[in-house]
Design a protein around this ligand. Structure first.
Ligand SMILES: *Cc1c(COP(=O)(O)O)cnc(C)c1O
Length: 480
């Protein structure tokens, strides 16, 4: 049996060796950043059917199989990885995932994972303190008489948005849980919001059509001056706003909404402010960038993904609320076999999350941070943003490229020529060549090439090389 602890050490050694070779090949560009084969071919080449039939994956066969698997992955440690907001993970954080999988302390309740739960509680408090919110010792966490902040870690920003907006819904319309939608509810969100906001509106029974846009400027940034008029129109028509969403930052171009001004309007109108800081929450760990999220402390809820700018392996997202009671009351439901009066030395997070069984998400974040140190993390975030801004300035100087907007964070949108289809064709050819993996986005009414700087090893020279490769593609296309 290859699963007993007898072979664990030697098998783990083989896996780690394969991973080390993989990481070296990736960072030295000895392999393309991605190489997409047809799914059926991969299934066949990795002999998936054979392994299910025969079992006994271990030893030299395991080592070979892992190498074959790794050869078919998308390499986030390759300097040409510029496509998505998923972290190039810290390897100590990755070891956290191994420890978590091995111990399997599925900590819906404290007794199923005291260390994992304590770390989750600790990391939540670390995040709350970065926002500037009040934290209390664990024993007082569920205290109904106190207005301290609280949170929970969950499996991704999309689920975090859903959970935060559920808390907003429960606060605005407590009877919704039992009786359903009274019929006049709306959610306000910027057009540049992540799609998970509209999806949450639909899942929460508010309806995607009742997720209304707030006015934005030409770059898609919310215009606070337009909100009061929209609110009074909604009031005149008998609508109730369950929350207003602000971006910190938006998904396409990474711009931050003016949180302090938006918060003042929400405050004076008694509206829940939800800040989606899934990506841009990274600014909270940087003294230099903190101003981008100025006013975030005035929000009612915030979500923040550690698996984006904080280098943590997927997934680790936080739902954070200024008043813990909103999250404690979000799910108005009891699971009697798990939740009952019990004397225990820690807290159960299950009543704050969609999940019941949940992995030790905080361990990966903690181990990443413990390896880098807070100063190291701050330097990492600053470096990603500095590199993106420098490269944007370089792109802006080229006559044959257009920069969409001066970046505020590590996301850069630009294009070559003015044909939307051409941007898609350029990306397709880049991805096929495998030296660079970038994305495209719709923004300000047209299509842009989009770079997200996640790998600390990506530098200016990589972007010069990318521009040269795009130029060569445009020559092939007869566009230059
Ligand atoms: C990435 C992102 C999300 C979704 O988070 P996942 O972890 O991918 O589910 C939501 N909002 C914003 C602004 C994001 O950048």
């Amino acid at each position: 049996m290859s699963t007993d602890s007898g072979s664990f050490g030697s098998d783990a050694g083989l896996v780690v060796q394969a991973l080390r070779d993989y990481l070296a090949d990736s960072s030295d560009r000895r392999h393309g950043v991605l190489d997409q084969q047809v799914a059926e071919a991969i299934i066949s080449e990795l002999e998936l059917e054979k392994w299910l039939r025969e079992g006994d994956l271990g030893g030299a066969a395991l080592a070979q199989w892992v190498q074959d698997y790794l050869a078919r992955t998308t390499r986030l440690h390759h300097p040409g990885y510029l496509a998505h907001q998923v972290a190039t993970p810290h390897l100590t954080g990755a070891l956290g995932a191994l420890i978590d999988a091995t111990t399997n302390n599925a900590m819906a309740i404290y007794e199923m994972g005291p260390a994992a739960s304590s770390i989750e509680y600790f990391m939540i408090n670390w995040m709350l303190q970065k926002i500037g919110w009040k934290t209390v010792p664990c024993q007082q966490q569920m205290d109904e008489g106190s207005d301290h902040a609280g949170g929970v870690l969950t499996n991704g920003g999309s689920l975090a948005n859903l959970t935060a907006l559920l808390a907003a819904r429960s606060a605005a319309v407590p009877e919704f849980w039992a009786r359903g939608n009274p019929g006049n509810l709306v959610l306000l969100a910027p057009e540049q919001s992540h799609y998970s906001i509209k999806r949450a509106a639909a899942i929460l029974g508010i309806g995607e059509d009742n997720c209304l846009r707030v006015a934005a400027d030409g770059n898609g940034r919310t215009r606070p001056d337009q909100i009061p008029a929209q609110l009074s129109r909604l009031e005149d028509t008998g609508h109730q706003v369950i929350a207003l969403v602000a971006n910190a930052c938006g998904t396409a171009a990474g711009l931050y909404d003016p949180l302090r001004e938006i918060a003042a309007i929400c405050e004076s109108n008694g509206i829940w402010l939800h800040v989606d800081a899934a990506h841009g929450g990274g600014a909270l760990v940087s003294k230099r960038l903190r101003h981008l999220v100025d006013g975030i402390e005035l929000a009612d809820s915030v979500i923040w993904d550690a698996h984006k700018m904080l280098r943590t392996p997927t997934l680790c997202a936080a739902v954070l609320v200024r008043d813990h009671r909103h999250l404690d009351h979000a799910f108005s439901q009891q699971a009697s076999y798990l939740v009952h009066d019990k004397d225990q030395p820690g807290m159960d997070f299950l009543m704050r999350a969609v999940e019941c069984t949940k992995s030790g998400l905080g361990l990966k974040l903690f181990m990443t941070l413990a390896a880098m140190g807070e100063k190291g993390l701050e330097a990492h975030v600053n470096h990603l943003v500095d590199t993106a801004r420098e490269c944007a300035a370089m792109i802006a100087e080229q006559k044959d490229f257009e920069l969409a907007v001066t970046p505020e964070t590590n996301i850069v949108c630009f294009r070559a020529g003015d044909d939307d289809a051409e941007q898609l064709e350029v990306r397709k050819r880049l991805v096929q060549a495998g030296n660079y993996y970038i994305s495209t986005t719709g923004y300000r009414g047209c299509r842009w090439l989009r770079l997200v700087f996640m790998n600390p090893a990506t530098g200016r020279d990589d972007i010069s090389g990318l521009l040269e490769e795009i130029r060569a593609i445009r020559v092939e296309l007869g566009k230059a």
